[in-house]
Design a protein. Structure first.
Lengths: 509, 252, 205
């Protein structure tokens, strides 16, 4: 019996033709809104990657790209007064590390990650509500508004209007636009849920609904208190990191987990291991994650109780993380061979395992005795990329590989391109996290020894920064390949025969 | 009740063709559908119970967290910054601060204050070991500017230095800032006492009264010293025994 | 609908706990602080910043200095900032009373700046460092902030504000580098960074 070679294990019931037709109708209704979000996501992924490379190179080559080329400057100055007098200086200012780096963070967080999450989340909501997407033009409008917000905000950062608050660098006029777009989606999601086909509510929907409820509250509170009310310094700091950590834990993490909970059992055709673990994992995450923010400020100007409460919550996070890991692992058990074939499953399982690793690492980093070494070093940067890239971004890639063919009506054109994408991103992110983790530890240990001058520390770190750029190049290759492949799909240049595009051809029984 | 709420057997037959696709262009309707047809059903929930060992792990984590929160909460107060306060290891900070107030003007106390002033203000250039940075910032260890002529040394610190200076055969040409506005007499006296008694240096302490005298002497000065000007300062005790503190007549 | 209500109550309640604990309670417990006034001298700690320094803080924010520099000293058992000359004591909430928002930072690619106005109190040093960091610290990987300066032809007398640069960093013959108002504001802000005063809740260590 060569069940192992097929993508449909015998244990799953055969799909009903009406069920399939309904799913086809749902997918068709999703086409414009979801593809709008996906196209935005891929666009901002490339933009964010360019900023990332620029910032990374500047950290070991500070003289890189300090000014626009002299010939371009000369050409621009010819158009004075049409082009204002200090245009060249403004463009040079846009190239400094201090602006490129927040441009990278904001384009990958609000440009790539958020739009990918919204696209995947919207499709999942439609599929799980088992009704056609309601008000597709409304949702597409939200996508357009969101993009305007990200564009305006990023331009503001580059032109010297950044607020100087991490994760909240967009000025008020841009955050307001983003808030409107997000609120529209939240309202849409409630409407969909109310009009869903009656039946069991699956765990992914809890995560999506929760995220769409929490994020507007987070975003509004943080922006109002920090920028509008201008609360005193230490309160501003704790609100800042309450927001920053919850953007990761209550927006990106739930969307990533929603996708993992859907695609893992879906692709292998088996049920999720335990409803009880799903429920317990969800509610413990909801309760503990939001308290973590203060661990970004260990040793900082805050009363001890705030920091201790956050450290306690960071340790308690072990509970939902282990629970979810067990649930996913036991679901996958006996089906790991499917990873040889399915791009979706490979990306998603890579992501789910990275989630466990990143979260457990985060718990250890919150303990004061390790924090004294890792705080303020590249170790933290390694951790954040492990979370947002190795976990979240890889799951989004896997989700998109599944969803896009169902929206455009053709299969991904080339298995080779998917392989290149997977391996350059997998190796790229593993390498990056290793380099930053080792480098961060070295940096932190040297900082702890006051006899080592700061100049020595900086000199020692240059080689790590260089290798970080190398890993960034690997990631860029993967992204460019994916963007190209995705564009082919948008143009309906995929394959129309021969079955799904897998890593390896299925052996016929 | 919407169409979708009805039992599948009671529903109107659903048109399997996806809208927006030109079926004349494609090879086979069945193939367009293939990705939908070959899908497994949407995920279901299994009902396995939570394992017992997991429940034990959760209890351990909860207990540890409760203990940690109880121990390190700093009294839940707005000014409880030390998480160790109230624990066996804690409270040392408060005790030490109280004990430090013994005889503030003894040379030992001055040197301790001096070390603090040094690390805050001087160490970033002259380095914590007093060795300076070759080619950039001069060393203080075994430096004649530190060990000899306290009058010159106090003047130097008060108003800073610009231009080249040779220390033990090496030339340095940087800018030392003026400290007359940043540091009080007691702090300058303390830091110079510290520097003159640390790293193998052995020279007499400098008192706040001496610093006050030199400060008044040069109070009209607005620019940093050059080495030529500094070397003109005579190598005499700042406070002359039995005489009133010297103040040059022609000032302003 | 029943299910929706249950879920929403759950989302709301779980989120509310941390919103209360990390946002609302801190706002009331240490968000209404007053500065300390020395009874003998009448000095206020922390002091108000001058208008120019406040403008300089905005330049600091707009140019992303926090991505490499911190402005917080942790307690002595957690870090060596005291022995690196970065500060005489750990920082506490009142140090950031007028920093709205504070520029605490999260990376020490470069040194901490909590008290940079004390240990590097020379404006000219800062200008030269901002324009060409490697001219002051050859080992530095800090990006030059040349867009805050202008290279202009010397007309008549050289400007008293012109930067003193040497070697490769100097402008061509007949030209000088002068700071823009943003650069002057930024340096005024940097020179204002001083938390070496003692507070009742934070004695000098």
């Amino acid at each position: 019996m060569s069940n192992a070679a097929t993508s449909k294990p015998v244990s799953a019931p055969l799909p009903d033709i009406h069920d399939a037709a309904d799913r086809a109708a749902v997918d068709a209704s999703c086409r414009l809104p979801v593809l709008s979000f996906f196209a935005s996501a891929v666009f901002w992924l490339i933009v964010g990657t360019v900023f990332a490379l620029l910032a990374s190179i500047k950290m070991h080559n500070p003289q890189f790209a300090v000014e626009i080329p002299a010939s371009l400057a000369h050409w621009l100055n010819q158009f004075y007064p049409l082009v204002p007098a200090n245009t060249v200086e403004t463009l040079n200012g846009a190239l400094t590390f201090g602006r490129v780096r927040p441009a990278h963070l904001n384009t990958v967080a609000y440009g790539w990650a958020s739009t990918a999450a919204l696209g995947v989340g919207i499709w999942l909501m439609a599929r799980l509500c088992r009704v056609q997407l309601r008000y597709p033009r409304f949702v597409t409008a939200a996508a357009v508004i969101w993009n305007i917000g990200v564009f305006v905000g990023t331009a503001a950062i580059l032109l010297g209007e950044s607020t100087g608050v991490e994760w909240l660098e967009f000025p008020a006029y841009a955050t307001f636009i983003l808030f409107i777009a997000y609120a529209l989606i939240s309202i849409w999601a409630v409407d969909m849920f109310v009009h869903r086909r009656p039946g069991h509510v699956y765990v992914s929907q809890w995560y999506i609904m929760a995220a769409l409820f929490w994020f507007p509250w987070l975003y509004a509170t943080a922006n109002i208190l920090i920028h509008h009310e201008s609360v005193q310094g230490s309160v501003s700091a704790i609100v800042n990191w309450w927001y920053g950590h919850n953007a990761l834990g209550l927006w990106f993490t739930p969307m990533g987990l929603a996708a993992a909970y859907y695609f893992i059992p879906k692709v292998i055709g088996r049920p999720v291991h335990s409803y009880y673990l799903s429920a317990f994992g969800f509610w413990s995450l909801a309760l503990f994650y939001s308290w973590n923010g203060g661990h970004h400020l260990i040793g900082g100007p805050l009363p001890a109780w705030v920091i201790t409460a956050s450290i306690v919550a960071s340790v308690m996070m072990v509970i939902p993380v282990v629970v979810t890991a067990i649930n996913h692992h036991m679901t996958m058990k006996g089906n790991f061979h499917v990873l040889e074939y399915s791009p979706t499953l490979r990306f998603v399982v890579f992501g789910a395992m990275s989630y466990t690793l990143a979260s457990l690492q985060g718990t250890t980093m919150a303990i004061r005795s390790l924090n004294t070494v890792t705080h303020f070093t590249d170790y933290t940067i390694g951790h954040s990329h492990l979370g947002l890239y190795a976990f979240f971004t890889m799951i989004m890639f896997g989700s998109m590989y599944y969803i896009v063919p169902r929206l455009v009506g053709c299969e991904w054109r080339s298995a080779v391109l998917i392989k290149i994408h997977f391996w350059s991103c997998a190796y790229g992110i593993i390498f990056m996290v290793l380099i930053l983790t080792v480098g961060g530890l070295v940096q932190g240990l040297m900082m702890r020894d006051a006899a080592i001058g700061f100049d020595k520390i900086v000199e020692n770190m240059v080689v790590y920064k260089y290798f970080r750029s190398v890993s960034g190049v690997l990631l860029t290759v993967g992204h460019v390949v994916f963007a190209f492949h995705f564009s082919l799909m948008l143009l309906r240049l995929g394959r129309t025969e021969g079955g799904p595009t897998l890593f390896r051809p299925l052996e016929t029984t | 009740m919407s169409e979708h709420d009805k039992h599948p057997a009671d529903q109107e037959p659903v048109d399997p063709r996806l809208p927006g696709i030109d079926y004349d262009e494609s090879t086979n309707v069945q193939e367009i559908h293939e990705s939908i047809l070959r899908e497994n059903v949407d995920p279901q929930d299994g009902m396995e119970p939570m394992p017992l060992w997991l429940i034990s792990v959760i209890l351990v984590v909860v207990l540890f967290s409760g203990y940690y929160l109880g121990q390190y909460n700093g009294g839940f107060s707005a000014t409880g910054f030390d998480e160790n306060a109230g624990t066996a290891a804690g409270g040392k900070g408060a005790v030490a601060a109280g004990a430090a107030k013994v005889d503030e003007n003894s040379p030992e106390a001055l040197a301790k204050l001096g070390k603090r002033v040094f690390t805050t203000n001087c160490a970033s250039c002259h380095t914590p070991t007093g060795m300076g940075v070759p080619g950039t910032y001069p060393p203080l260890v075994a430096s004649p500017y530190v060990l000899e002529n306290p009058h010159r040394l106090v003047s130097l610190v008060l108003h800073g230095l610009q231009g080249p200076i040779v220390v033990n055969g090496a030339t340095f040409n940087n800018a030392m800032p003026a400290w007359d506005k940043q540091l009080k007499d007691k702090q300058i006296a303390a830091v110079l006492t510290y520097v003159r008694s640390e790293w193998g240096n052995k020279a007499d302490p400098i008192t706040p009264e001496e610093v006050a005298v030199v400060r008044k002497e040069w109070e009209a000065r607005t620019t940093p010293w050059t080495v030529a000007e500094l070397d003109k300062i005579p190598n005499e005790p700042i406070l002359k025994k039995g005489a009133a503190p010297a103040a040059p007549a022609a000032k302003k | 609908m029943n299910r929706l209500t249950t879920l929403f109550i759950g989302f709301f309640a779980t989120f509310l706990t941390a919103w209360l604990g990390l946002v609302i309670i801190p706002y009331f417990q240490f968000g209404q602080l007053e500065p300390q006034v020395d009874p003998d001298t009448g000095d206020q700690y922390p002091a108000f910043r001058t208008g120019l320094a406040e403008r300089g803080k905005q330049v600091y924010q707009a140019n992303g200095c926090i991505y490499c520099h911190t402005q917080q000293i942790r307690p002595a058992d957690l870090e060596e900032g005291h022995n690196r000359g970065w500060g005489a004591r750990r920082t506490v909430p009142r140090d950031y009373l007028f920093d709205r928002p504070p520029q605490l930072g999260t990376m020490r690619t470069g040194p901490d700046l909590t008290n940079v106005g004390v240990r590097l109190n020379d404006a000219a040093w800062h200008h030269e460092h901002l324009y060409a960091p490697q001219s002051k610290s050859p080992w530095s990987t800090m990006s030059p902030f040349r867009h805050l300066y202008r290279v202009v032809k010397i007309q008549g007398e050289p400007s008293p504000k012109a930067l003193k640069l040497a070697g490769d960093f100097a402008p061509p013959e007949g030209y000088e580098v002068v700071p823009t108002p943003e650069a002057e504001a930024l340096v005024a802000y940097l020179l204002s960074l001083n938390r070496n005063y003692a507070l009742p809740e934070a004695p000098l260590e």
